[in-house]
Ligand binder design. Structure first.
Ligand SMILES: NC(=O)c1ccc[n+]([C@@H]2O[C@H](COP(=O)([O-])OP(=O)(O)OC[C@H]3O[C@@H](n4cnc5c(N)ncnc54)[C@H](OP(=O)(O)O)[C@@H]3O)[C@@H](O)[C@H]2O)c1
Length: 338
């Protein structure tokens, strides 16, 4: 199938075996730029030559200590090639026939985006149905910025809970948005990007809960919580009866175990989703991609690039230090190849 020369080896950024799981200090220093075999695509996979990739919170090598410390959260086998988001060109197509979807068909040489792979590498593989042609007019760096972030947003707002007009959330779909952040500067940025109200996490929990009740009356219809441990209890205070709590991240650590009876008084739903199950069916990914590209075309999504980093162990380590410093806004991009 391939019409492009594929080398036998490639460079990849990996987290090594030397995580210090006792002291929790498995930080960016465990990363290295290694020469490893180019991955062999399975029958259902495309091989992609990666041009641009970007860091997500989950790529933080410190999080890789969790599987050992916290009974199976994000288990990985080490050494492990990090990264999820990529924009690059297809160098080989799957051996199995690709079903028709609402996206244009994949071809060798086509520039695509994906958020499913070991993307901190010169080559990566991904199931063909989790790869979308990058539409004309979208910069590759913007493609990286929209990959995990926008597919996550889309399944959260469409799949985990279907946001409706008037709900207390998500602007583009007509809802009222209350955001939380740690600095006035980030609050201004959130407002400039459509948040109706932004509360500072430096205020007391009681003040913020009271502010949300004052704004909403009965509380919000849905909470999307990526902070985890530090905000979990507040989530139960700010929701209205029959609301949904979507706990989708662990920036401050995983949420504690809880009894179903905790949901009883307000008849709440709690879901702990991840992107993978929302992209099992080829048409699911295609529909999300089509909707995202459509929103971008209509100007409903703006992308901000924080910085472009080199494809070196130091460059990638810096992305991890920066993303966990809470001082960045926008996407942290890594330039892998031209
Ligand atoms: N389930 C999924 O499908 C999915 C998909 C994507 C991401 N996630 C998860 O969502 C979380 C955020 O990921 P992201 O890529 O969105 O990262 P991000 O944009 O960098 O968000 C992290 C932000 O969380 C806030 N935060 C609040 N309390 C914090 C604390 N104690 N420690 C560190 N940060 C804290 C900080 O913002 P402020 O300073 O403004 O408070 C920080 O900038 C991660 O746990 C990630 O794994 C899950």
């Amino acid at each position: 199938m391939s019409t492009t020369r594929i080398p036998k080896t490639m460079k990849a950024i990996r987290a090594s075996l030397i995580l210090d799981i006792v002291s929790e200090t498995g930080g960016p220093d465990v990363l290295s730029l290694d020469e490893i075999p180019v991955p062999t695509a399975e029958d259902h996979e495309v091989l992609i030559k990666v041009e641009w990739t970007g860091t997500n919170y989950i790529d933080n090598s410190r999080l890789l200590t969790f599987p050992y410390k916290r009974s199976g959260l994000f288990p990985v086998q080490l050494p492990f090639t990090l990264g999820h988001d990529a924009v690059g060109t297809i160098v080989s197509l799957p051996k199995v026939p690709m079903a028709h979807t609402s996206l244009p068909p994949l071809q060798v040489g086509l520039r695509v985006l994906t958020c499913r792979g070991s993307a901190f590498a010169e080559y990566m593989v991904a199931p063909w149905w989790q790869v979308a042609p990058l539409p004309e007019g979208i910069d590759p760096k913007e493609g990286v910025a929209m990959a995990t972030t926008e597919f996550t947003s889309m399944y959260l707002l469409r799949g985990s809970y279907k946001v409706k007009k008037g709900d207390w959330l998500c602007k583009y779909f007509g809802a009222n948005v209350i955001g939380t952040t740690s600095t006035p500067e980030k609050a201004e940025l959130a407002k400039a990007n459509g948040a109706d109200h932004v509360l500072l996490t430096t205020a007391s929990s009681e003040d913020n809960i009271a502010a949300i009740k004052k704004l909403t009356g009965k509380g919000v219809h849905v909470v999307y919580d990526s902070v985890g441990r530090d905000t979990w209890e507040e989530d139960f205070e700010v929701v209205r009866p029959k609301a949904t709590i979507v706990s989708f991240g662990n920036s401050s650590g995983p949420v504690p175990a809880f009894e179903p009876l905790k949901l009883f008084a307000k008849a709440l739903k709690v879901t702990r989703p991840t992107l993978g199950p929302f992209m099992v069916e080829p048409e699911d990914f295609a529909l999300y991609a089509t909707e995202i590209f459509d929103i971008v075309k209509k100007g409903g999504l703006k992308f901000s690039i924080y910085k472009v980093y080199p494809f070196t162990a130091e460059g990638v380590a810096q992305t991890q230090l920066d993303i966990t410093s809470r001082s960045t806004t926008g996407k942290l991009i890594i330039h892998v190849s031209d």
